[in-house]
Design a protein around this ligand. Sequence first.
Ligand code: CU
Length: 687
Amino acid sequence: MKFSLTRILISLLLGAPLVRATDSTEAPVPLPVMVVTTQHSRDPLIAVADPKAPAQPAPAHDGADVLKSIPGFSVIRKGGTDGDPVLRGMAGSRLGILVEGEGVLGGCSMRMDPPTAYIFPAAYDRITVVKGPQSVRYGPVSPAGTVRFERDFARRDDTGTNGFATLTAGDFGRFDSALDLRGGTSLLQGRFAATYATMDDYEDGSGRTVHSHYERWSTNASAAWTPDDTTFIEITGARSDGEAAYADRMMDGALFDRTNLGIRARRTAISSVVQAVELQAYLNAVDHVMDNYSVRRFTPSMMMPNKSVSNPDRSTFGGRIAMTLAPVAALRLDIGADHQGNRHRVRSSMNQDAMPYEAKSRVADAEFRQTGVFAEAAYASSEQTRLFAGARVDRWTATDQRATVMLGMMGGTAANPTANLKRTATLPAGFGRVEHDIAKGSTLYLGLGHTQRFPDYWELVSAESTASVSGFNTAPEKTTQVDAGWLLRRGALELSASLFASRIDDYILIQNSYAKPMMMMMTRMATVARNIDATTRGGELGLGYKLSDTLRFDASVAHVRGENDTDGRPLAQMPPLECRLGFTYSQPTWSAGLLWRSLAAQDRVALNQGNIVGQDIGTSSGFDVVSLNASWAPTSALRLSAGVDNLIDATYAEHISRAGAMVAGYPQTTHVNEPGRFMWLKADFRF
Ligand SMILES: [Cu+2]
């Protein structure tokens, strides 16, 4: 019994499946014929998604849209792609995003490029989400949770090649393709993945064209050396780029260039006590260009009378060393250290014709460094009860390298009061959780976590403070959260309930239209970062029920409510109550399904307040969207799926989506609207 507890703990800790997936030498497992509409949690606080599976609504090919099928997630829309993912009302750096354990930080001061803008889901094997501050092993603890995009990481037990290819075509000129090839022997293996995705401007339900076209491509390559069953050494590289039209601002993204280099090594089964040692180092260099002329028709405006460009870049480098110990059979201990540093630079031109930005030199404006140590334990105290606890401490340094501060587009510049300021902070985080099986297939859990988040680039550099033109003194944010829930799998029933309550001291609120005095008794409107105290609470409920061998019913509810206790107002940018109902009829080789997504109105708003991505612009009404899907697997290697998203062509926008901007040649809408009726076809082929 001890052995199986150990196996469970190892698999929980390493994130590995309990039973190893069969390799290509054995009979292939057919591709599942379901179109994913709702992901159910099967472990406390953990949601797992297959980034290669067909999903409805059809996600844009980026790392944010692919999370929409997990209850609790929503996306702040800005255009056709590169939206910002939100978990339980928490966006930006409150949600950690890791690509194979690496941090990728965008460079855009206007937040065009969240980390997910550089992620191409079809190139990965698995997405794992840990909700809440309930693990300390993945770098500084993000208060809302951590999303990991990962590839399988194991020795091959055969020689040969195998691969996965996918094609999607749809309305509005949608075309996605991806190829994932792997081959080698038990000693050496290589992998190559490439993706290409494009879409024209889409139309909302009322036939209004939204400035939203995009084109994206990526390539990933890796080579691994596996001299024996317990040693894995891999080097990886990636290159990607894209172009995206934005419907919510005066500029578009003309370049989203990412260059990646990484090395990782793992040695397992070193001794009875040392189960695994892992080492990793990486570099992610992001180069971004936004302008007002190359992706849209240039139209001079008061704010930007000339062709204008901004070209930020950010290099993020980091590393990690970790060890998994098993001092006794029922105890697993993970200890380690990680480091991350990043450097942000920018060059720009307010008159590209007269002074091209390419001729200017890049100027560093901020640098961040973080080093942390962590220890996390998992202990099976009985066959029914598991205890988890962890603690980490991070040392942060940030340097303000700006001599001057830009006061908006028209405000000119001012001397930077925090120029050359180097600030440091030592921030703790920790959690404890108990999971108890009250019966077979029925688990209750209760956890308490605390984390202190160092402010990010956008909170320190892009925003001012209320008292000064620099926000560089913004205090760290402290989150204390209780997570509790119940998982039940019995017969035809699958139920998951997760509830949370969070107290956030010094929540970093981003507020725009903040009046500041200017010379000659005038005022100007600034965007400021303010520390406030806030509380949030809510949860997700998931239900799956097999009505018969062929008919399945799925439902999910996600809710969050936030308070700004300092201002006595609702906390801004909270998505409204969301319900999803799904029916699926399935046969072994085909399925057909219906998804009904219903959103409540949101009248709890705080105008001009929000986060680094966006601010509340008003209340929103509710909406209902009905979609249909079907899937067919004629052979074990081929799957065809199709869907009609938004069947009744409803006109709607997500509450948290950005306000529509005036774009020449396009109608302006209050929010950036979601697409109208959208038909798509997807083919997946495994070989
Ligand atoms: Cu940008």
